[in-house]
Design a protein around this ligand. Structure first.
Ligand code: 0RA
Length: 695
């Protein structure tokens, strides 16, 4: 690469051009550039900062074209004093020989004739196009000064321009080693709203371009004076700032860059690059734990925010390939529905880059690729390569399909939720579930909803309650106790639908806490393993779908007594062993006696209703203290249930915190999850505290 050390572009000797040398051809050329100056927006997009920066992109694109044709590996952009920009590459150098028909140097043609860009040369296809593929002549027309320097045939050639017009013919001004081109320009301040460049905009655009052109070294140097730099970006620190972008991995490196603050679901980035006839296809992707999709599509290095045929081909192949893999490996069973386009999109980071000789852009903003043959080229190239990648990287493949399945489940749950309980209007004026014994009060602040396990306990609760303020919703434990059922399945459950309708809040995006019909929602389950199971499930449901209700303190757990002691006519209730123990001690019954009594009972599950029985030492033989142990709510009669568990005057309620619910949800995952080791471990460590856990 020619190393011409210059902090600002060099000017050649002044040598007035003889107007008479210009042919008729050149006059039309100059009229063409005049048209650009009259309607700059039509050629460069805008005269605002965007258009100004397009001037740079246009010049850099020409060097990228040279790089993509395989003739250049280094491009240097300099921001120089006095609003000069210079772009140097080590390509072949713009030809300087005289064009046979036009009788002027090819360099001059390129610089002064609209769209002369790819019209000559060796036919290597021109890649830049679309929005800023207008040609360097437009940059020339919109600049007060341009200096084009070419290193070619061991010579340094130069031509300078003022407002688009050459000052003199192209001429050799010295010797040169190697080949290359430098285009230096100064945007016309009378055309652009501002001619101050934004460093960050330049860095970000060029970083992207560097990713899209692997193997090209891009050097960007800020050599402006301090006054010219943006005041608010700590200008003094910017002095001498320089960046180098070189990405051997191309768009695969780009994927890593985009995902660097995300959580990738698999290690290897998928990458394919293939030339299909005249279309060059490049695709890279990696899934992350995100919910959004980050997809970037480019045609000839120009971004297509509205997608187009390349994106269509990509999407088709992605969905098809992931589904066929999941089926082949039995991850999707026969009865399972296919993964949808939406499912495979969640958490996807992907870049699709195609290069075609004649890109066609559609839509209002010209941001959608239209070439029809691109779809099939991307679809086959990408589909085949992804299939091979999945076979060769089973770990990655499993993680990808797993993530998509998860997305499918979540979407299914959301859909079911929307369709069943949740449609707007479905709840308003919708009849409350038949099982619900509602309270008569319509004031939510006074009202309570008891969720009761089982029909028999439900019956007692209905009879024992305060009808004015207490509503009862019995849930059938068996139905709820769906082993391994995930919440999405559970949401199809009629019992839970009834609960959601009864609460009145709706769920998901339709959730409205203001619609809550009861300010206290009380989970009342048996003090046994099944009860704990159902409680866990309900807490998980609240934690996952109604965290607002927990946060607002609306969710409670009823505390039925564990024991009762009948002493003559007196009835005492005990809600935990400690209090019972203390009471018994006071009565002169030691806990060892109690233990003996329990052993005598002879049933390790403690099923007996009238046990344990202990005799008071002092009152030996006189009176018998009858300790009753409650296992199920159904064992209490309505009066007892009211007295012990529902009467606001003496009941115990535990308000559920987010912490409690989160723990429950973890337990739920362990109990219901498909992963066996954690479930096994959980059961082993809790085996002593929970007997007869039916998992
Ligand atoms: C057409 C033909 C040839 C070179 C280029 C264009 C060229 C253009 C630009 C613009 C910026 N840098 C550039 N480098 C090269 C060369 C044809 C040949 O050598 O046979």
């Amino acid at each position: 690469m020619p190393e011409k050390k210059k902090s600002a572009p060099t000017a050649t000797k002044k040598d007035d051009n003889k107007g008479g040398e210009y042919s008729a051809n050149q006059i039309t050329v100059l009229e063409g550039l005049e048209a650009v100056r009259k309607r700059p927006g039509m050629y460069i997009g805008s005269t605002g900062p965007r258009g100004l920066h397009h001037m740079i992109w246009e010049v850099v694109d020409n060097s990228f074209d040279e790089a993509m044709a395989g003739h250049c590996d280094t491009i240097t952009l300099r921001l120089l004093p006095d609003h000069w920009i210079s772009v140097t590459d080590n390509g072949r150098g713009i030809p300087v020989d005289i064009h046979p028909k036009k009788k002027i140097s090819a360099l001059e043609l390129v610089m002064t004739q609209l769209h002369a860009g790819g019209k000559f040369g060796d036919g290597g296809y021109k890649v830049s196009g679309g929005l800023h593929g207008v040609g360097v002549s437009v940059v020339n027309a919109l600049s007060t000064d341009v200096i084009a320097t070419v290193y070619r045939d061991d010579k340094e050639w130069v031509q300078e321009y003022k407002l688009g017009k050459p000052k003199e013919k192209v001429k050799a001004i010295g010797k040169a080693k190697g080949t290359g081109t430098t285009i230096a320009f100064r945007a016309d301040a009378s055309i652009f709203e501002t001619i101050d460049y934004n460093w960050k905009t330049i860095i970000e655009h060029l970083r992207q371009q560097a990713y899209l052109t692997k193997g090209v070294r891009l050097i960007i140097k800020d050599e402006r004076t301090d006054e010219e730099k943006e005041v608010d970006t700590s200008s003094s620190k910017m002095k001498g700032t320089s960046y180098q972008f070189y990405f051997e991995g191309g768009i695969a490196s780009y994927i890593k860059h985009i995902n660097k603050n995300r959580e990738p679901k698999h290690e290897n980035v998928f990458y394919v690059e293939k030339q299909v006839e005249h279309i060059a296809v490049e695709v890279a992707l990696q899934y992350t734990a995100d919910y959004q999709e980050s997809l970037f599509a480019f045609a000839n290095n120009i971004t297509n925010p509205d997608g187009g045929t390349h994106v269509a081909g990509f999407r088709g192949a992605l969905t098809r390939t992931l589904n066929s893999y999941a089926r082949k490996k039995g991850i999707l069973k026969e009865k399972d529905a296919n993964l949808s386009g939406e499912d495979v999109r969640e958490g996807l980071t992907a870049i699709i880059s195609v290069k075609i000789p004649d890109p066609q852009f559609e839509g209002q903003t010209k941001s959608k690729l239209g070439n029809p043959d691109v779809k099939a080229a991307v679809e086959t190239t990408f589909g085949e390569a992804l299939e091979i990648f999945m076979e060769e990287n089973p770990k990655d493949a499993e993680a990808i399909v797993g993530k998509c399945l998860l997305a499918a489940r979540a979407r299914n749950a959301a859909r079911i939720a929307r369709e069943s309980v949740l449609r707007k209007g479905a709840l308003e004026g919708f009849t409350l579930p038949g099982k619900l014994a509602d309270c008569s009060s319509r004031k939510a602040a006074d009202s309570e909803l008891y969720i009761v396990e089982g029909d028999s306990a439900g019956g007692s609760a209905k009879q024992g309650r305060d009808r004015h303020t207490q509503a009862i919703l019995p849930l059938r434990g068996k139905v709820l106790n769906v082993e391994r059922a995930r919440l999405d399945k559970i949401l199809t459950n009629n019992e839970l639908k009834s609960l959601i309708i009864a609460m009145g809040t709706n769920i998901g995006e339709m959730f409205e806490i203001e619609k809550l019909r009861y300010h206290r929602i009380i989970i009342m389950t048996d003090a046994d393993v099944d009860g704990a199971h159902i409680r866990t499930l309900l807490l998980t449901l609240f934690f996952r779908y109604f965290p607002e209700l927990i946060a607002a303190g609306h969710i409670f757990i009823a505390q039925p007594p564990l024991y009762s002691i009948k002493n003559g006519k007196d009835m005492k209730w005990f809600y935990n062993e400690e209090v019972l123990g203390k009471y018994l001690e006071k009565q002169g019954i030691s806990s060892s006696d109690l233990e003996v009594a329990e052993e005598n009972e002879g049933d390790e599950a403690g099923e007996a209703e009238e046990a344990p029985t202990a005799k008071s030492k002092e009152k030996k033989g006189k009176s018998k203290i009858n300790i009753q142990r409650y296992k199920g709510l159904g064992e209490m009669n309505p009066e007892q249930l009211w007295e012990t568990t529902m009467n606001p005057e003496n009941r115990l309620l535990k308000r559920v915190t987010i912490d409690d619910a989160e723990k429950a949800s973890e337990v739920f995952d362990i109990l219901m999850g498909s992963e066996v080791p954690p479930r096994k471990k959980f059961i082993q460590t809790h085996a002593k505290s929970v007997k007869n856990l039916d998992i």
